[in-house]
Design a protein around this ligand. Structure first.
Ligand SMILES: N[C@@H](CCC(=O)N[C@@H](CS)C(=O)NCC(=O)O)C(=O)O
Length: 222
């Protein structure tokens, strides 16, 4: 029996991160392929997920939780690899370091890759050159932070094994590589790109994200 379901549109990196975590923990999590965004505004959905946004997780036991990071962390804590993924319960400093990277992914990466996607790919929002440039500058700064963390060819952000830090950071960066983190931006953080290439080759990621696309030039203004 499945541990639960995640509602989303297909190819959502917030869901893919959760799927990597679920697979590592041996948890079966369904992502129904026929989910429609209109469902997020129905009374039934809003009763379970009051923000009316996806991703949204519904457990087989009835537990419902929203927010991509919270879903991934719930799945990380729900299986035998919890201490590898989140750090040992008694090792507060490792736990704090992993949490630092999770917060970094949610606040320094996700908000920088999404504006260009929404303005230039989906065209849901009017284009703003200032917002586009600001997000790209901040993304470059964040990439340099990752570069620093993997200096000397480190394979993982925290310790010597895959943790939630890597999974949460890889999601938005894999996504951004496809349309925004172009040849020029990749040059400022070659070590970070090598680190991401290493993760992308791991079966844990490959089985969920597939081949990572890398754009030559970033998406242009519409
Ligand atoms: N903070 C949420 C953001 C989720 C989010 O913005 N989801 C979008 C789709 S990518 C959504 O459901 N939008 C519908 C709406 O805004 O009504 C998370 O990290 O999971």
């Amino acid at each position: 029996m499945a541990f639960g379901k995640i509602y989303s549109y297909p190819g959502n990196f917030r869901v893919q991160r959760a799927q990597v975590v679920a697979a590592i923990n041996g948890l079966e999590v369904e992502v129904p392929g026929d989910f429609q965004m209109e469902t997020t505004k129905t009374p039934d959905f809003l009763a379970k997920f009051p923000m009316g946004k996806i991703p949204a997780f519904e457990g087989a036991d009835g537990f419902c939780i929203a927010e991509g990071a919270a879903i991934a962390m719930y799945l990380a804590g729900s299986g035998p690899k919890r201490e590898q993924l989140l750090g040992q319960a008694t090792d507060l400093q490792t736990r704090a370091r992993i949490t630092e990277w999770i917060c970094f992914a949610e606040t320094e990466l996700n908000p920088q890759v999404l504006p260009a996607f929404v303005m230039c790919v989906l065209k849901y929002m009017p284009y703003s050159e200032a917002a586009y440039n600001n997000a790209n500058n901040n993304l470059e700064r964040a990439l340099k932070r990752v570069e620093k963390a993997v200096e000397g060819g480190r394979k993982f952000l925290v310790g010597e094994q895959l943790t939630m830090a890597d999974i949460m950071v890889a999601g938005p960066l894999f996504f951004g590589l496809g349309f925004l983190i172009d040849n020029k931006m990749r040059e400022v953080a070659p070590g970070a790109i090598k680190y991401l290439d290493g993760l992308a080759e791991m079966p844990e990621f490959k089985n969920v994200f597939g081949e990572i696309k890398k754009c030559e030039t970033r998406v242009a203004a519409p």
